[in-house]
Design a protein around this ligand. Structure first.
Ligand code: DC
Length: 222
């Protein structure tokens, strides 16, 4: 166990946990781990190397050797796979769904455990994902489970895509989000559930500012 403080923010896709986690990491001057990006990159690597998304032994081996580098450029997370910048590529709905499939495999998750724990560096770590408070950092000082209804999350995603000039269909987004929630919550390893000692925040009716203030207040106790 380590004395370095950790704040975990878990929750379903589109709950806003990534945006909030980055804002808080910046405010506290702490490191930031986007654990979902690791699963997204692994899925990307599998597609690149023609490995099926349910080939557990091969994917676990790829996970253990994944050539992945995170860096920051003007506060933006830059993600490189085998030296190639995949920051944008890994953010599509398709990449998220592929990530959710590889993330359901037990051997893959255990192969990535230590790599995630290595992000715990002074002065502290803010991390977001699905199992940060339950499995990866069970001794975290502060745990938040950030959620919102599937409809609200799909609407947020629809707006984001529109801003990027990408047309999408709201009802398709709602069913994709619901399907991913189901897979992430019903898998047998590290399912998407709040840690017993997590504060559960439903952001359906809250703006980002309000969520941020709630969490930063909690961190006052770190
Ligand atoms: O947070 P995200 O949408 O970038 O995550 C993509 C997928 O990766 C998500 O559907 C489930 C998986 N994931 C996971 O299983 N455990 C984590 N800690 C983070 C993500």
């Amino acid at each position: 166990m380590s004395n370095i403080p950790v704040l975990t923010i878990d929750g379903p896709s589109g709950s806003g946990k990534g945006t909030i986690a980055q804002l808080i990491a910046k405010k506290l001057g702490w490191h930031y781990l986007d654990s979902g990006a690791i699963y997204r990159v692994l899925a990307q690597a599998a597609i690149k190397h023609h490995v099926e998304l349910d080939n557990e032994p091969e994917l676990a081996q790829m996970a253990a050797q994944l050539d992945l580098v995170f860096s920051l450029d003007n506060d933006q997370l830059v993600v490189k796979l085998e030296g190639d910048d995949v920051s944008h590529q890994i953010r599509s709905e398709q990449a998220g769904n592929a990530a959710s499939k590889v993330a359901a495999l037990a051997l893959v998750r255990s192969a990535l455990l230590e790599r995630q724990r290595q992000f715990r560096q002074a002065p502290g770590l803010v991390t977001d994902g699905r199992d940060m408070g339950t499995v990866v950092f069970p001794d975290a000082n502060t745990k938040v489970f950030l959620t919102a209804s599937a409809k609200v999350r799909a609407e947020r995603r629809y707006k984001q895509l529109k801003q990027k000039g990408i047309e999408s269909n709201l009802s398709d987004l709602i069913s994709e989000i619901s399907e991913r929630d189901k897979r992430d919550s019903q898998r047998s390893v590290a399912p998407l559930i709040p840690a017993e000692d997590a504060l559960v925040l439903d952001s359906s009716e809250m703006g980002i500012e309000t969520v941020y203030r709630h969490i930063i207040t909690l961190c006052g106790d770190v």
